[in-house]
Design a protein around this ligand. Structure first.
Ligand code: BES
Ligand code: ZN
Length: 618
């Protein structure tokens, strides 16, 4: 027996499921799915079969002929969940499992109508990466194995279901509707995804449409309108797009990530809808995953850099092709800054700053950081510099072609690269990059004219003319480069109205700088952001800055304590389900001093945990 993924009970000597047929009734009242999952094996099998589950109530296990099979649901382990052990009679071609999910299913966020833009219908979405698919479906929840699936979702008739799959029709039945889907391309389980809500769509081009709540659709359609050009640029670089469609879903604001590369239907935070397409880097990133990650997949979370480092590389190549070398360099510089910060944040766990990690006993959500993204990027950038851009791109295409619809480890990557460029890995000391902690000295220091202009300010107030020429990314880089505490915060805001910025990246970079400089005038705006946005990238720096500042915390606590909060705050509390969960309460008026201070203590003790994901509504 061998378990080849530290985050799955899957045993590579057992039967392997190649397809899934899921039928699920979505019940917003009980916040559960009542479901039946049929798994079909590569070939008929017998003996023990271990599946991953988390918080599932298993009602029955049968073979495909309806014969009951013996099973045992083991006690749950904290990271992996509960092992479902099934005994298969010899020659069993597949199994059917009847079960219910828990209202606490870690992959599911159930939103109240007040947490949506429309305000009248509830909303449900899934987020399965890294190891949450098992809270929705009992299966082999390891990216080492891929499945195709069909799904049939029974939902309230007033709502629409979308899925990271092809739509195969909708059938109304009284006050419910059945939505059918089929995923013809095989995927690792973390790419299983769906959402249910009041959703409408708009076509962007022949291969793409955008989905959103009605109140958001116009803005979303404009923001993502350049997707066609992006796809053409990406295909030019990496080869044909293999997933037929590339649709995007603008999520409710509580979505915990910037984006999630669910195949055929990327999920995007509404915080990238800036009105001027300035934050579409996230779209480029998720699109790039269609090659790196979705087509060539990390075999387990220890090789996560193969997904994210390659994707950041691919994303920046798209940006270079569409926006040119200056934009490219600014993005690289932001990446370098993020890398330096992450490595510093993980000072007490340097083993998590390797590209290839050892994660037995570590929750992948706790290991999450910018390291696999940016260190991975700078490593690939070094390889590219060493062999030349064109040869590297040709190699990248051959790597994608060699492993498409497969799952690989770092060793597979090394062998493939070595085959194309013998001796280069040794020459750049790849071993230090891959298995050593921190940032090797050979990491590039991004350079460009515009970058130098920002750096030469040394954080001083920029001249109006220069600042007016800045892109959102340049603003972000400038604000991050201002030494803390900054003495000219009030002037900065007066001149450039940063507190009023409608660009979420600029806004959060500014609010972080202001809080870290004890410029307390921004506290109400911080509070507003924290109460509406669930994107962890934004919550983490804001909470960390608050946690380091007693006065700001007290002022927030005073403003929002339950007895002082005006009724209007109820509305401000929409869409805060992730942040509300962080504070452990479903009450919209929940920011008591005690809770913020409790968070603060938690952040101090374990800074890396601030980014943990638990996509649950409460
Ligand atoms: N696949 C990730 C999101 C993810 C990673 C979810 C690990 C759960 C576990 C996605 O592609 C991603 O990297 N999103 C980034 C945006 C991007 C522009 C770097 C994010 O959400 O910040
Ligand atoms: Zn990614």
């Amino acid at each position: 027996m061998a378990r080849r993924d530290p985050h799955s009970y899957n045993d590579d000597t057992q039967a392997e499921a190649v397809s899934l047929a899921l039928s699920a009734r979505v019940d917003f009242t009980s916040r559960t799915l009542a479901a039946e999952a049929t798994l079909t094996f590569v070939k008929p099998a017998g003996g023990l079969l271990d599946l991953d589950t988390r918080d599932l109530a298993i009602e029955a296990v049968e073979d495909l002929a309806g014969q009951r099979l013996a099973f045992k649901l083991h006690p749950a382990e904290p990271i992996l969940g509960a092992r479902l052990a099934i005994t298969l009679p010899d020659g069993t071609p597949g199994i059917r499992i009847r079960y219910r999910t828990s209202p606490q299913a870690s992959a599911l966020q159930w939103l109240e109508p007040a947490q949506t833009s429309g305000g009248t219908q509830p909303f449900l979405f899934s987020q399965c990466q890294a190891i949450h698919a098992r809270s929705v479906i009992p299966l082999q929840d390891t990216p080492r194995l891929r499945i195709r699936y069909t799904a049939e979702l029974t939902i309230p008739g007033a709502l629409t279901a979308v899925m990271a799959a092809a739509h195969r029709g909708r059938e109304a039945q009284g006050d419910v509707a059945i939505e059918r889907f089929e995923m013809p391309q095989s995927i690792p389980p973390y790419l299983f995804a769906f959402a249910v809500g009041e959703l409408v769509s708009r076509d962007l081009d022949a291969r793409s449409r955008v989905w959103a709540e009605p109140a958001v659709i116009d803005r979303a359609a404009y923001e993502f309108g350049g997707v066609d050009k992006m796809m053409l640029a990406a295909e030019e670089l990496f080869g044909p797009y293999d997933w037929e469609r590339f649709d995007v879903l603008a999520m409710p604001p509580s979505f915990p990530y910037g984006g999630m590369e669910n195949p055929r239907l990327t999920f995007l935070t509404p915080t990238v809808i800036a009105g001027d397409r300035s934050l579409v880097r996230v779209l480029a990133h998720e699109l790039a995953h269609s090659w790196t990650g979705n087509l060539v997949t990390n075999a387990n979370a220890e090789h996560f850099w193969l997904n994210e480092g390659f994707t950041v590389y691919a994303e920046r190549r798209i940006i270079l092709a569409l926006e040119g070398p200056e934009a490219f360099a600014i993005h690289e510089a932001l990446g370098r800054r993020a890398l330096d910060e992450s490595v510093a944040r993980f000072a007490d766990r340097p083993e998590l700053t390797r590209l290839r990690t050892q994660l037995a006993g570590v929750d992948p959500d706790d290991a999450y950081s910018q390291v696999p993204y940016q260190k991975g990027y700078f490593f690939l950038r070094l390889l590219e510099d060493t062999v030349g851009r064109e040869p590297f791109t040709t190699w990248l295409r051959s790597y994608l072609a060699a492993f498409r619809f497969g799952s690989i480890t770092t060793t597979d990557f090394e062998a493939h690269f070595e085959g194309a460029f013998p001796g280069v890995l040794a020459k750049v000391d790849a071993a230090t990059w891959i298995d050593g902690p921190g940032i090797p000295l050979t990491a590039a220091q991004p350079r460009s004219r515009r970058l130098t202009a920002i750096e030469s300010l040394g954080g001083a107030l920029p001249p109006d003319e220069l600042a007016r020429s800045w892109s959102a990314t340049e603003w972000q880089l400038y604000l991050e480069s201002v030494p803390r505490p900054c003495a000219h915060c009030a002037k900065l805001d007066e001149r450039f109205h940063l507190t009023q910025s409608t660009n979420s990246e600029i806004l959060v970079a500014w609010l972080t700088l202001a809080l870290q400089s004890k410029h307390h005038a921004v506290v109400p705006r911080v509070e507003q952001v924290l109460s509406t946005v669930g994107r962890m990238k934004f919550l983490r720096p804001l909470y960390a800055a608050l946690a380091a500042d007693d006065r700001a915390v007290r002022s927030i606590a005073r403003d929002v304590s339950p007895d002082r909060a005006p009724a209007g705050r109820q509305r401000a509390a929409r869409s805060r389900s992730l942040s509300s969960r962080h504070r452990g309460s479903a009450n919209p008026r929940r920011y008591t001093a005690r809770r913020v201070v409790a968070r603060r203590a938690a952040d101090r003790e374990a800074p890396a945990r601030a980014g943990r994901v638990r996509v649950r509504a409460r």
